[in-house]
Ligand binder design. Structure first.
Ligand SMILES: [Fe+2]
Length: 316
């Protein structure tokens, strides 16, 4: 059995504006929202409690689906990088970025370089990245990422790219889609459990770039034709459970809440998920997997994470 933890949207990095020039962009509105709202909702002490809980639950691997930062400032990338290294080394943790991690255009060396070892595939290719590479170039260079841990193949997609004011959408892009198709087809010939990591939910009704994926339909088509065993996403800060019908059967899609929401609101209070993945005997074709989904939720009164619902995906 393989245990995979999934967390997302921590948004706890400190926002310190280096100078007023830094606010001459989309960051001005983002900074106001952070001052008035976000810094009171997303609390580092909740993320610390989650980190402590992971030491108790001891998953085999941790998947993080982006939005570690607020305004994508260099200091935020460095702070999130320090948190990642404190959580564990890159053999234990796989990361894909979210829209806040590509808030405005920033070069590689000021941004994702701080997270390099957590983003890259097993066969590292970071040395190929030029220091001034844009987020789009990085998406083409690094993603889809592929990491194999135990009997699980973790396939990471980047949907993060700078978008305009009042928008939080993203896109996969043609290059990634073509590579994704090849990777998932190749993995279908193995007995690995294919888990796809993505920040934005791949299938929902908001197809506009305001919040959703601009090319979500094309992504869903690829996933349906190739199949996968599990898709994990963040972005909405709520628990979300949907299904995509794929080549080898239903593909569960599960969204997780923010890892740091301190408010105690019923649909929003911080959670992370644990998946217990077991391969089942199968007479022919692709192996079958039994995936148990366990919610770990933040208890404000006790300031710790406690076990919540447990269910088997596909048997709910
Ligand atoms: Fe997001």
């Amino acid at each position: 059995m393989f245990t995979l933890a999934h967390l997302s949207d921590s948004h706890t990095t400190p926002v310190r504006i280096p100078n007023f020039r830094a606010l001459l962009s989309k960051r001005l509105l983002g900074w106001l929202k952070w001052v008035l709202e976000r810094r009171h909702i997303h609390r580092p002490e909740v993320l610390a409690a989650l980190t402590a809980d992971l030491k108790l639950t001891r998953p085999d691997h941790i998947a993080i689906t982006g939005d570690l930062t607020n305004l994508g400032l260099t200091e935020e990338f460095a702070a999130a990088g320090a948190w990642l290294r404190q959580l564990g080394d890159s053999r234990l943790i796989s990361l894909v970025p979210g829209n806040h991690d590509a808030y405005v255009p920033e070069p590689w060396e000021a941004a994702w370089q701080h997270w390099q070892e957590y983003l890259e595939s097993d066969a590292a290719h970071g040395a190929l990245v030029p220091p001034q590479a844009s987020f789009r170039e990085l998406a083409r260079t690094y993603f889809p990422s592929l990491r194999i841990r135990g009997g699980v193949a973790l396939v990471g997609i980047s949907t993060a790219r700078p978008v305009g004011l009042f928008r939080a959408g993203g896109a996969v892009g043609g290059t990634q889609l073509r590579r994704l198709k090849k990777i998932l087809h190749a993995l279908a010939e193995t007995d690995l459990c294919r888990v796809v990591l993505i920040h934005h939910p791949p299938n929902h009704d908001d197809w506009t770039l305001r919040r959703g994926l601009g090319d979500g339909h094309a992504l869903c088509e690829v996933l349906q034709k190739t199949g996968a065993e599990l898709i994990l996403h963040g972005h909405w800060h709520t628990t979300n459970r949907e299904t995509l019908h794929g080549l080898h059967g239903p593909i569960p899609i599960v969204g997780v809440r923010s890892a740091s929401d301190c408010t105690g609101r019923p649909q929003r209070s911080a959670q992370y998920h644990l998946y217990r993945i077991e391969q089942q005997p199968s007479a022919s074709g692709r192996p079958q997997f039994r995936i148990t989904w366990v919610v770990r939720q933040y208890d404000r009164a006790r300031h710790q994470f406690v076990e919540g619902e447990e269910r088997v995906l596909g048997e709910e």
